[in-house]
Design a binder for this molecule. Sequence first.
Ligand code: SF4
Length: 316
Amino acid sequence: MSGPVRILVSSCLLGEKVRYDGGHKRDPFLVDTLGQFVEYVPVCPEVECGLPTPREAMHLVGNPADPHLVAIKTDADCTGRMKRWAHGKLSELEGLELCGYICKKGSPSSGMERVPVYGGSGIPSRVGAGMFTKAFMERFPLIPVEEEGRLRNPDLRERFVVRMFTLRRFRDAIRRGRARGTLVEFHTSHKLLLLAHGRPLYAEMGKLVARAKELPLEELYRRYQRLLLEALRRRATPARCADALLHAMGYLRPLLSPDEKRELLEAIEQHRNRLTPLVVPVTLTRHYARKFDVVYLNRQAFLNPHPVERMLQNHV
Ligand code: SF4
């Protein structure tokens, strides 16, 4: 990869003492593991919009679709201040080529979902996003966003890691120069990965690539990126991964001995039935692809992710 995997992250998760009570919420996985391989851009919306530390705790109040950010004890309304700052901050982030955003769960400024919004009855409805994160997701709807707690779930973490690394690879392809050939190359090398996330969007992307010459390059890349990130949002279920691996096995069949075929098929079906992790049939397929020098398979991102991407996917 030529560019950094740059991730926006809530500052308190990195151990910075920026919380309303002067404390932090250091997350060991983010700091000690992920932090070795990505470039963090820390953000604390409450401090950066001009509030002191320590400060009064805040919550969201009013209409869940457009709530106010209000101090719990004094009722001081910080909505205007936060929105003005967020507007400028988002423009600043525009040029950073962010590959993801990891935010603090439950925060009225930074939470991604189910942040309590208090109505007139005093009973919260858990339907909101924190004020800054909501604005971020509206401005950058395609950039993967996750909360630190959800990243402890292996499935969600794997999906987030794959999305951020794929976005980086796509941006690297753009850096090499927008050209129809480059897009076809990218699409071809991501075929197995896309199949593992579901056929319908893969088919739609294939149609888009096939009519590449009919669209201006800018428009072509914009549409492709939208479909790419939408496709990766879907879960790569064991059944879909097994189907993608069977597709790969089609390239190996003429080269494998009956015993090797049986062994590979068994590993794929065991994964389909959730008896083995994905890494088992993927490693075996990669081994045969290298042994028999099957160029098409050796170029597949699904079989050959970046070593860091592979390590993070399998990190428990
Ligand atoms: S949750 Fe967000 S606003 Fe609150 S301290 Fe952390 S980074 Fe700052």
